[in-house]
Design a protein around this ligand. Structure first.
Ligand code: ADP
Length: 253
């Protein structure tokens, strides 16, 4: 069975300061379908925003933000647990930091755990450990974390579900003539210095972190697919029926 990592962005998981329960339900149903064909690892953002639903702390203060991450992570997992139970899926939480990929021993240890979970049909749900992370050790965005997860945990593909349905030649939020790129073989350094433009107050990445993730994986000959997390029909048709409608596929030539 091929292994895929699915990363879902905070904007997809939250709506007006609350967890977007219907979208989370759709995501869980989608994951259940995917698991008939693939081994799936989920990388989920959204903890800080979920925490903010419970406690309105000023997230510009670092310790508040970390407190929100800790509150929100537990809350988010409880929602996943309920929604996944409808599909008989057991979630398992794994919190990682940049340094988990710095040492071969640590990475191997984490990989062994993932292997046990997948073998036993649990769903690993990974997030950055924002509560205790020290600045030098964090990825700061789950796009790059998920690229590392895909590479070090032997996935065939990373799927990023975002608030945008693909990679455009210009920022589609500000340029109505922007055109979607269907297949990308190469990412130029100049594309990595574009303004980040994350969409929404809880978004951290923007398009640049997605391109960095794609570049990292292209160098390792692993595919990445960027598609909408609001409407899962494109990603579903791509992964389950091999029909590429919308969404951007990053792959080597
Ligand atoms: P997520 O929360 O899913 O990680 P982000 O909001 O961080 O997503 O990043 C996606 C956003 O990046 C888009 O909504 C869009 O505003 C912005 N963006 C800027 N330039 C581009 C581009 N060339 N193609 C696609 N999105 C872009």
């Amino acid at each position: 069975m091929k292994r895929i990592v699915v990363k879902v962005g905070s904007h997809v998981l939250n709506e007006n300061g609350n967890l977007a329960r219907e979208r989370i339900s759709n995501l869980c149903q989608f994951i259940a379908k995917l698991r008939q064909k693939y081994e799936v690892i989920l990388v989920s953002s959204g903890a800080v925003a979920a925490g903010y639903e419970k406690l309105k702390l000023d997230k510009n203060i670092l310790s508040n933000k970390q407190a929100l991450a800790s509150l929100g992570q537990a809350y988010l997992m409880s929602v996943y647990q309920k929604k996944l139970a409808l599909h008989d899926i057991i979630p398992a939480q794994i919190l990682l930091n940049g340094d988990d990929f710095d040492s071969r021993k640590k990475t191997k240890h984490a990989k062994n755990v993932i292997e046990v979970l997948l073998k036993n049909r649990a769903l690993p749900i990974i997030n950055e450990n924002d509560t205790t992370a020290i600045e030098e050790l964090v990825f700061g965005d789950n796009d790059q974390l998920s690229a590392h997860v895909a590479y070090y945990f032997n996935a065939n593909m990373l799927v990023i579900l975002s608030d945008i349905d693909g990679y455009y030649d210009k920022n589609p939020q500000t340029d109505s003539f922007a055109k979607i790129k269907k297949i990308v073989h190469h990412i130029d350094e100049s594309e990595l210095i574009l303004p980040c433009n994350p969409n929404g107050e809880f978004a951290t990445g923007g398009i640049v972190t997605k391109l960095k993730a794609a570049k990292f994986l292209l160098e390792k000959n692993i595919k990445m697919f960027l598609a909408s997390g609001f409407d899962l029909s494109d990603v579903e048709s791509f992964l389950l029926n091999n029909i590429h409608k919308k969404g951007t596929l990053f792959k080597c030539e």
